[in-house]
Design a protein around this ligand. Structure first.
Ligand SMILES: O=C(O)c1ccc[n+]([C@@H]2O[C@H](COP(=O)([O-])O)[C@@H](O)[C@H]2O)c1
Ligand SMILES: Cc1cc2nc[nH]c2cc1C
Length: 363
């Protein structure tokens, strides 16, 4: 399924023009930092020198985890379903942030234990919760593919409805154990270095978490060159759903903003399945979870915000959305040096030479 997809290629000429444009804006070269890179990358993805990112959507993939029975979370498993109801009522943190920043929230249940899924949550349940992956694969390959398909479908639909910027997040009690296990399997790094306290577990539960991950790695012997298999062994249904979102974003040429540990672990699985996914990915914040920094480094992306957050549910990604508007707005509205009758700065020259040789753009 994953191999048959066509992914949009970057518009490299537009991206070069955007780089030249941002360098010609009335500011010292590079002084808008990450905002410059956001703008240039958005231009490359969309093929527009002034990218339209007006319509934004937040996808929250939800699912329950069999691993929760190992006592790895600070909260009971029922909180996954309760939060799905909370999202449906518009009362969760992400709903507030989405309203503040003008984005639509779409909640997809790919695997909760709920008897009934509340309106307007989309019911795409593949099964009710994963298996406890210390004893069995979390799900079958076929189930992982079905959950990926749910992500592909929602992104295709959102794009058709006019979405131009996507944020991807999740809800699932126990899923920081899954996120850390996937990171360990895909990077080969030590479990101790990658395991964090998730919702805020005690020292005792932290060590249960580490033991559970080690046991799962010993049981399944995940092969990092087979990412779909690794996902089925150690992942979650909502994680597979997010993998589908990123694959769908790459197919549609839609910029996709990742959230914290779990959302970024899904992105790494998607990139390992299809390297072109990397072209559409943006990092938002840096989660407190230790594996998150490792994943971002693996993807070669720098987070925009370090606010000490560890909530999930796409909250960090949603918080970063105004930075994307700022990046595009600055590029659209600022004057250029040409507007002031000055020569274009030359980014290949160092600061001093440029000032001396061109006598321009320096105070
Ligand atoms: O995004 C993160 O980095 C993050 C860090 C810690 C916790 N979470 C959220 O908390 C839940 C998982 O935590 P836990 O302790 O149950 O594994 C899940 O619903 C995530 O959305 C999310
Ligand atoms: C209350 C609560 C809200 C959440 N949102 C995302 N993960 C969460 C975990 C808990 C426990």
């Amino acid at each position: 399924m994953v191999r048959q997809m066509n992914h949009k290629r970057l518009h490299e000429e537009v991206q070069r023009q955007a780089k030249r444009h941002v360098d010609n804006l009335t500011k010292p070269l590079g002084s808008l930092g990450a905002l410059e890179q956001i703008y240039v990358r958005l231009a490359g993805i969309t093929g527009q020198l002034h990218p339209d990112i007006g319509q934004k959507a937040i996808v929250i993939m939800c699912g329950d985890h069999g691993i929760a029975e190992e006592g790895v979370s600070a909260y009971p498993q029922a909180v996954t379903g309760l939060m799905i109801h909370n999202f449906a009522k518009g009362k969760a943190a992400v709903n507030v942030l989405a309203r503040q920043h003008g984005a639509e929230v779409r909640v997809i249940d790919v695997g909760s234990l709920l008897d009934e899924v509340p309106i307007p949550v989309v019911d795409r349940r593949v099964r009710k919760g994963t298996a406890n992956f210390t004893v069995a694969p979390a799900m079958s390959l076929n189930e992982a593919e079905q959950a990926i398909q749910a992500g592909l479908d929602v992104v295709r639909q959102l794009k058709a409805e006019g979405t131009r910027l996507l944020a991807v997040g999740e809800m699932g009690i126990g899923n920081t154990t899954s996120g850390a296990a996937l990171t360990a399997a895909l990077t080969g790094l030590e479990v101790e270095r990658l395991t964090g306290r998730g919702t805020g577990v005690s020292d005792e539960s932290l060590s249960k978490k580490q033991q559970a991950i080690k046991q799962a790695l010993a049981t399944h012997r995940p092969d990092p060159s087979r990412p779909l298999e690794v996902l089925a062994q150690l992942g979650g249904l909502e994680i597979a759903g997010m993998v589908g979102c990123y694959l769908g974003a790459a197919q549609e040429g839609l910029p996709a903003v990742m959230d914290g540990l779990i959302s970024t672990a899904a992105a790494l699985v998607a990139v390992r399945l299809e390297p072109m996914v990397k072209d559409v990915l943006f990092a938002s914040h840096l989660s407190v979870e230790p594996a998150h920094a490792v994943l971002l480094q693996e993807l070669g992306l720098e987070p925009l915000i370090a606010a000490g957050m560890r909530l999930g549910e796409a909250s960090g990604a949603t918080l970063s959305l105004p930075l994307f508007d700022s990046a595009v707005g600055l590029a659209r509205e600022m004057a250029t040096f040409a507007d002031l009758g000055l020569p274009e700065p030359n980014p290949s020259l160092g600061e001093i030479e440029q000032g001396e040789e061109q006598g321009a753009n320096q105070p």
